[in-house]
Design a protein around this ligand. Structure first.
Ligand SMILES: NC(=O)c1ccc[n+]([C@@H]2O[C@H](COP(=O)([O-])OP(=O)(O)OC[C@H]3O[C@@H](n4cnc5c(N)ncnc54)[C@H](OP(=O)(O)O)[C@@H]3O)[C@@H](O)[C@H]2O)c1
Length: 179
């Protein structure tokens, strides 16, 4: 099973503000829907609660919410109490690619644990105010395999670039960072 992170980040690293996304970029949202459709999506409890009621659980995907709260309930989603438990569940279900969809704490935990194989990162060409950041993922430990630019237009206040990175085979970005 491939473990992927999918995120959108401003040039200054911001991914969230006041519990929400700092922008509205419909074509990035479509990319997110298209890429994650049919798969397990693993989310921190705060990110899950930031999704408007009418859109959660995210349709057509197995939603897995990570929380330390053993009393937490999320109708239509599976609740687990550790990232490893979420990955285990997806693997046991025969998943081919599980998506870690944020937010900042869960991304950081995934990179710390060294479990990420692939990163889909949309870089939003703006510097925005925020309170949640994408972790430093040691870009040189990854192969940059794809990018595509999306210009700003009447529906998108900012231009942005889709990027894809694959973990360099056999390299653990954590051990490389430490060496
Ligand atoms: N731009 C993007 O691509 C993107 C994507 C996703 C989210 N976001 C933004 O990111 C922000 C939310 O991120 P966040 O960092 O504040 O929160 P988060 O990562 O979504 O959720 C944090 C919560 O996850 C649970 N958790 C974290 N580590 C855990 C562990 N080791 N074991 C068990 N549970 C654990 C805890 O839940 P409990 O407190 O319930 O125990 C914790 O409070 C929002 O602004 C959202 O809009 C942006």
């Amino acid at each position: 099973m491939i473990v992927s992170v999918i995120a959108a980040m401003a040039e200054n690293g911001v991914i969230g503000v006041d519990g929400e996304l700092p922008w509205r970029l419909p074509d990035d949202m479509k990319f997110f829907q298209r890429t994650t459709m049919g798969h397990h999506v693993i989310t921190g409890r705060k990110n899950y609660e930031s999704i408007p009621d009418r859109f959660r659980p995210l349709a057509g995907r197995n939603n897995v919410v990570v929380t330390r709260d053993h009393a937490y309930a999320a109708p239509g989603a599976t609740v687990v109490h550790a990232l490893e438990e979420a990955l285990h569940l997806a693997r046991n279900a025969g998943e081919t690619e599980a998506f870690i969809i944020g937010g900042g704490q869960i991304y950081a935990e995934a990179f710390r644990a060294g479990v990420v194989d692939r990163i889909y990162l949309t870089v939003v060409h703006a510097e925005v105010d925020g309170d949640v950041y994408f972790p430093d993922f040691q870009e040189d430990a990854w192969a940059h395999t794809w990018n595509e630019i999306h210009p700003s237009d009447e529906r998108h206040a900012y231009s942005f670039t889709f990027h894809r990175y694959e973990r360099i085979s056999g390299s653990n970005p954590l051990s490389r960072a430490a060496s």
